[in-house]
Design a protein. Structure first.
Length: 210
């Protein structure tokens, strides 16, 4: 350690390897030093870091850790249900996509004959157990209704649940309505199905009022 006195005051520069510590009076701070909390009433300790000096390491307090854990818990509480809703909607969409061919076939059958097909064979589509997917157990045609049943690897919430697509004749133009026949929640259904369910609820409320 090398000490150089550069004033008559209590001003010293102490050199230790690459670290330089300045012990100075508050009225005189040499260039290259940085502030640190004072350790004496009339003196301030300021350290200058050299090229190889290691930075001070500070840990987290218990309160900070508790805040982080609380934030993670809140985010998980929001993200997990949202992700589950997303996966269920994706699984339901698979069934609706598989039913697209049956919808077209049923519409064409009615346009040609003026009646609805009794089953998949009359509609000209594969057997209901042959129209399947990863989450869809079968697609069946009966008159103007196409039934979609969910199973296999489907989420437990929609396991064995069904959605019905109902064809409506509008003077030669066919439109389709969509609704759950069981307990599938509206937020898990496609937008078109949700609109139909809302319309039905409004009609029921009007009937009750009458």
């Amino acid at each position: 350690m090398q000490t150089d006195d550069i004033s008559n005051d209590f001003y010293q520069i102490v050199t230790m390897g690459n670290d330089i510590s300045c012990l100075i009076s508050p009225s005189n701070i040499p260039t290259g030093c940085r502030w640190k909390p004072p350790i004496l009433k009339e003196q301030i300790r300021i350290s200058f870091k050299g090229r190889d000096m290691k930075k001070d390491q500070q840990g987290f307090t218990l309160i900070e850790l508790m805040i982080v854990v609380a934030i993670i818990g809140i985010l998980a509480a929001i993200a997990i249900p949202a992700y589950q809703d997303y996966t269920i909607r994706a699984q339901i969409s698979e069934g609706l996509t598989l039913a697209a061919g049956a919808k077209t076939a049923t519409s064409e059958y009615f346009a040609e004959r003026g009646t609805w097909p009794n089953n998949n064979d009359e509609a000209g589509v594969a057997d209901k157990h042959d129209i399947i997917g990863e989450y869809t157990e079968h697609i069946s045609v009966k008159d103007n209704v196409i039934e979609i049943k969910y199973g296999y690897d489907a989420n437990a919430i929609i396991m064995d649940e069904k959605i019905e697509l109902t064809a409506v004749d509008n003077d030669g133009s066919i439109s389709w309505t969509c609704a759950s026949t069981g307990t599938i929640q509206a937020n898990h259904l496609p937008a078109a199905c949700r609109m139909e369910m809302e319309k039905k609820k409004k009609k029921k409320k009007k009937k009750k009022k009458k």
